[in-house]
Design a protein around this ligand. Structure first.
Ligand code: SF4
Ligand code: SF4
Length: 286
């Protein structure tokens, strides 16, 4: 495998998102991926390309690589990708657990998703609209019995609060850590979510600003973006993970899309230590 120059992750960074694919095997009505103009016909990075690109990351502090999507496990090389990422990296997985837990446990070593953290490295999102509750519970239990540390998240969508809270009770009775997340978005004309920059989302107008990120977000084709808005819309990539000349510029840069920010980028949330009050980007206007 060819070596690429090291890519230093600044100490101020809090998250590395590895988007293996933007496709999904489910279709939830509130999915942000529905907003994406999928880049059809382009080849996703394969296992050796991901291994080469991710191997160059040099963390200033301990940050896991979060494998996500879409649904990351539907990448046809998913198991090889996980196997080939060097063991020095800590991994997290965000999944809808439509895979076979037995096959997962046979193919993935426990040490891959084994870090000490205030939340489970494998985090299953439970969507009552598209997923069977009992089947999800059995699969989570199967994965846990195989030795994996797995937790569940449910979004408190206004129309699904009751079923999420019922599921939380059921999973908790089986000793499973089930956490809820606030819904981010518009529903019946009302904006939901807690944002550091309230005018940044769902505005009728856009304005220019200066923005600085604390996240490295890599799309399924290897392009790096400064925020989810840019990644999902394939706008203004700041580099490519396989470009030997790419280095992170930890500085403010101009953006003309303030007002259309993705809620994920401007919401108030927990950092990787589960401390509340963090926002992924910093925005200023002069
Ligand atoms: S499981 Fe997640 S990625 Fe898939 S459609 Fe539902 S919300 Fe979207
Ligand atoms: S202002 Fe919003 S859209 Fe622009 S770079 Fe920052 S987070 Fe992304």
């Amino acid at each position: 495998m060819n070596q690429l120059p090291s890519l230093n992750i600044p100490a101020s960074y809090n998250y590395v998102g590895v988007f293996l694919t933007l496709s999904c095997n489910l279709s939830c009505s509130y999915c942000i991926n529905h907003l994406v103009g999928l880049k059809q016909g382009r080849r996703l990075l394969n296992a050796s390309e991901w291994a080469m690109g991710l191997s160059r990351l040099k963390m200033a502090t301990s940050i896991p690589l979060t494998l996500q999507g879409g649904e990351p496990t539907i990448h046809k090389d998913f198991y090889q990708i996980v196997q080939q990422i060097p063991d020095e990296f800590e991994l997290d997985l965000l999944t809808n657990i439509q895979f076979d837990p037995k096959e997962f446990a046979e193919k993935i070593s426990l040490k891959k998703f084994n870090r000490e953290a205030p939340y489970s490295p494998i985090r299953v999102s439970y969507h009552p609209e598209t997923m069977n509750r009992e089947e999800t519970l059995f699969k989570v239990i199967e994965l846990r019995e195989a030795g994996f540390n797995v937790g569940v998240f449910g979004v408190l969508h206004p129309k699904q609060q009751e079923s999420i809270l019922e599921a939380q009770k059921l999973f908790s009775e089986h000793g499973i850590d089930f956490r809820t997340k606030e819904f981010l978005g518009m529903e019946e004309g009302k904006l939901y979510g807690t944002y550091s920059y309230p005018d940044a989302v769902f505005s009728k107008t856009v304005r220019s600003c200066l923005c600085k990120t604390s996240e490295l977000l890599i799309d399924p084709f290897g392009a790096v973006f400064r925020c989810h808005h840019d990644l999902y819309n394939n706008l203004n990539p700041v580099g490519h993970i396989l470009d030997p000349d790419y280095q992170i510029k930890d500085e403010f840069s101009r953006c003309d899309f303030f007002g259309k920010c993705n809620p994920c980028d401007v919401k108030l949330k927990n950092n990787r230590h589960q401390e509340f009050g963090h926002t992924s980007v910093e925005i200023k206007f002069n």
